[in-house]
Write a protein that binds this ligand. Structure first.
Ligand code: PLP
Length: 400
């Protein structure tokens, strides 16, 4: 019989995947399920990106590339950081991998010894905890309540730091809350980091291009270049260019760390797909105006979801600055009873009941480390969203 290694322990596949699988099974049985669970844009990869990949195949770019990105890929990454973030990196200070997820994995594997701590503001993307655990580190969850916009405060950061802290890992805009850190939000955290030079900063900027209204995205290294020798800036093409299936993420950081990450990658995937690198180069180098109508469409849907949720008695939703998620509180519904006589005692109960009775799949906040909340991914058509929101409202109205 299979006996898992200690580093795997009791880790399982993420709750998001489990809920999505269940919703898809219901769909196949004929239920009109609307899935608001998955974290990928419903748009297609832009044509100029697809064409670049097809051309690369035709030209025979179908061999192994340089371990952590071809010279062209690294050039495109460096140009992107310079152009969009004002960050200067040398070729040995950038890396490419099969998704930002692999970047994060490489970084944790390359830096953590057993028992090393990673401070993770929660709620957070579920993978952070498990990547740290697989690397035999200890995720240190710091709760960031909705009243603070789900953002980490300087005092909470200071209190969480110990001699074993290796990293602070921040994601802005955030999955699952959509909250983003402005320069004003980052500066007090950077001040704390200056008092604790052994703590490194990993930032996950995956949703950089999906921000709304007049919010100005900023990455911490641009605010304080003196962090350069201990900051890893992570990004990827999945969310910005609707390229989740292509698998390409990248990062900029200190050369020695980048080299350590390449060692990890050399014994797992050898290099990101050559064809995908050609596509990603086209995405980073190519016209960026393709993002504008998509951003506008996401913003319209965000407003639609937030406005509809806030009209439901018992639900409160903050209007997020970015990403394509809302993270709403269902605290006001706890203790109420369904027409079938079931009591809603938690966000998990609420989401399970909505899936069964209203055919709407959402992910409970508990999956991201904060209850009682639920996450809606609004990367789905306006028609489906409108239908889902009216089902949620109708279902909630039946609670007593
Ligand atoms: N970081 C965050 C915050 C995410 O939400 C995701 C995907 O859901 C990723 C990273 C992973 O992205 P990639 O597709 O590049 O692995």
């Amino acid at each position: 019989t299979y006996c898992p290694a200690g580093r795997i322990g009791d880790l399982g596949v993420s709750e998001i995947l489990t809920i999505t699988a269940r919703a898809n099974a219901m769909k196949r049985e004929g239920f009109p399920v609307i899935i608001l669970g998955t974290g990928e844009p419903d748009f297609d990869t832009p044509d100029h990106i697809k064409d670049a990949a097809i051309e690369a195949i035709r030209q025979g770019q179908t061999k192994y590339t340089n371990l952590d990105g071809s010279p062209e890929m690294k050039r495109a990454i460096r140009d992107k950081f310079r152009r969009e973030n004002g960050l200067e990196f040398a070729a040995n200070e950038v890396t490419a991998a099969a998704g930002a997820k692999q970047i994060l994995y490489n970084a944790m594997m390359a830096t953590l010894d057993a028992g090393d701590e990673v401070i993770i503001p929660t709620p957070c993307w579920t993978s952070y905890f498990d990547i740290v655990r697989i690397a035999e580190g200890v995720p240190v969850a710091v709760p960031c309540p909705g009243e603070d916009g789900f953002r980490l405060s300087a005092a909470a950061l200071e209190a969480a730091i110990t001699p074993r802290t290796r990293w602070l890992l921040i994601n802005s805009p955030s999955n699952p809350t959509g909250s983003a850190y402005s320069a004003q939000d980052y500066l007090p955290l950077i001040e704390v980091l200056h008092r604790h030079p052994h703590v490194w900063l990993m930032v996950d900027d995956m949703y950089e291009h999906i921000v709304y209204d007049d919010f100005r995205f900023v990455t911490p290294l641009a605010l304080d270049p003196s962090l350069k020798d201990r900051c890893l800036t992570v990004n990827g093409v999945s969310k910005a260019y609707a390229m989740t299936g292509w698998r390409l993420g990248y990062a900029g950081g200190p050369a020695a760390l980048i080299a350590g990450m390449a060692v990890v990658q050399s014994q797992s995937t050898s290099c990101p797909s050559s064809v995908t690198q050609a596509a990603a180069i086209a995405a980073l180098d190519g016209p960026q105006d393709v993002l504008i109508p998509r951003r506008a469409s996401f913003q319209k849907r965000r407003d639609m979801v937030v406005d509809a949720l806030n009209q439901i008695d018992g639900i409160f939703c903050r209007r997020p600055e970015g990403a394509f998620y809302t993270f709403a509180s269902c605290e006001g519904l706890l203790g109420r009873v369904t027409p079938e006589g079931r009591r809603i005692d938690s966000d998990r109960d609420f989401c399970a009941w909505l899936l069964e009775s209203a055919d709407v799949a959402m992910v409970p906040g508990s999956a991201f480390g904060l209850s009682p909340y639920f996450r809606i991914s609004y990367a789905t058509s306006e028609a489906e969203l409108a239908e889902a929101l009216s089902r949620i409202a109708a279902a909630c109205a039946t609670l007593r």
